[in-house]
Design a protein. Sequence first.
Lengths: 295, 352
Amino acid sequence: MKEMRALAIGSVARPMRLGEKAGVRVALTAAAIGFLMLFLFLPLLAVFGQAFQKGWAAYAAALREPDARAAMQLTLLVTGIVVPMNTIFGLAAAWAISRFTFRGKSALSVLIALPLAVSPVIAGLIFVLLFGQRGVLGPFLAAHDVRIIFAVPGIVLATLFVTFPLVAREVIPIMEAQGKEQEEAAVVLGASGWQTFLRVTLPGIRWGLLYGIVLCAARAMGEFGAVSVVSGHIRGLTNTVPLYVEIVYNEYNFAGAFAVASTLMVVALLTIVLKTIVEWRGRIERTRGSEAGTG
Amino acid sequence: MSIHILNVSKAFGSVQVLDDVSLVIPPGELVALLGPSGSGKTTLLRIVAGLEVADRGQIMLEGEEQTAEANGKRSVGFVFQHYALFRHMSVLENVAFGLRVRPRRLRPPEGEIRRKVRDLLSLVQMDGLADRLPDQLSGGQRQRVALARALAVEPKVLLLDEPFGSLDARVRKELRRWLRRLHDELHITSLFVTHDQDEALEVADRVAVIHEGRVQQVGTPADVYHHPANSFVYRFLGDVNLFQGRVVDGKVRVGNLALDLPDRPSNGGASAAVYVRPYQLTLHPYPQGELCFRAEVKRINPGGSMVKLGLKSEWGAPVEVELSVERFRDLRVAVGTTVYVSFSREEAVVEQ
């Protein structure tokens, strides 16, 4: 009893701080790490484990398979088209939202986030409904001999839809925080719009933009649901890497499936590394700013 | 170069920010746009710079009308309240920016740019700091770099938006005196926005007081301070006591005090406002006939060059008084003492 009271007094006398109890801290940290191990590191190890199950030669052979190479080429093509388009769209949207006030601005901000809320399968179906044989524009496209669904254009469209928020959502908060004073200063000093963008705006947002682009590329390469609906799964023609992985897996060729899947894992790991760099750079720039701000 | 602001109006949505503002800034003068926040002064400055477009009216620089398109070609220098330095560029590159973005045939050679930047940095007393990044400078240093950057393009007009607004009090005072000296050296037509009346009165050749989107008064610091055009200017340029009086027999009565009305038709029984500055009130230990009112000392603040007293008048209103230290000693007042307050008609402003 006496001991307990002493303990209580002791803890009151100490300065109160949030999360001070060691037990709670250890439990929370352990939970977080355990969660990460279970759902991130274990699967990661499993993928690479399975991929190299039959040795390095089998791994390389699986990647050299003609259909696998066709799938990778298609994925790279789609990514090569989608990423520049979404970069331009993302910059334009970020510019409009952070620099201007206009009617429907909040609606635009909400719409930009829409693809994140829509199930990718629904996104794919939207394009089937629009461009499919029985879709709204189907007869017109058929008459002009244009194929969108079950062809590369459909895959590009579906991927565009799914990934278009990614650059914009990274850049908008940075541009809003940056404000437009520096750009105004540049304009008053005689810089053209293009000079202002290249010399003033872009250097300020470069790390966020880079991360948005990488995120967009990773998602474009990895998208399954939307692409699956519009692709038609034609081997060697309309199979992207994720679709190819599924097909090979369903054929019980586990080593082949995981070998190809491991390429996507590498992309994911690169994304994480870059994210870390971006945040680290951002923190350096922020602390530098706040230190000098008091001077 | 002169600036002519002619009948400029501007609204943001339903808010009329500027209402038919006209103002002439003669060549070489340093003019302060003084007003409370929301008075429209910054918007006016931004319209002169071409950063905003007026709904109506004209801006003429040296008799030449400025159109909306010719933004960077106005040859104005603009200094922002929060400096707006390019964060990723060194001091040197910041100052050189206006020269580097010129079309190739107008761009000076690299050597000349560097020499010019060095000259400007020494003008703003920043020698040796050319390689620093803005984040490595103090607020006062940043604002001087911003000024050097604005001067680098040899503007005909210098516009400053609350240039000392985000600096602490001591640096602020130092820098505004320095700006005044710099202006005396360069004689560049300058317009600067401030909400600080001391700053405007100390630095400017002339002060334009702006309130609710209209110019209330333009004049030298002495003019606007001693001959305010209306009660707003009077109130805004310094601390003031307001007495609500009644008009009786051609005089305003404030408590026992009777003041002659300005020679305007007086309205019997109407109310009138009487404004007097704290230092214009005189305190007496004994009543002075009909010419004073009674008050009780509630608070004494002896810090500073003047002693500030908070009184409560006989009708219960708070009254602020400023006394010299000597006068305060002679009076020998303490909290709770009863005093008698008078002021002269000439110094008070009466508004019906």
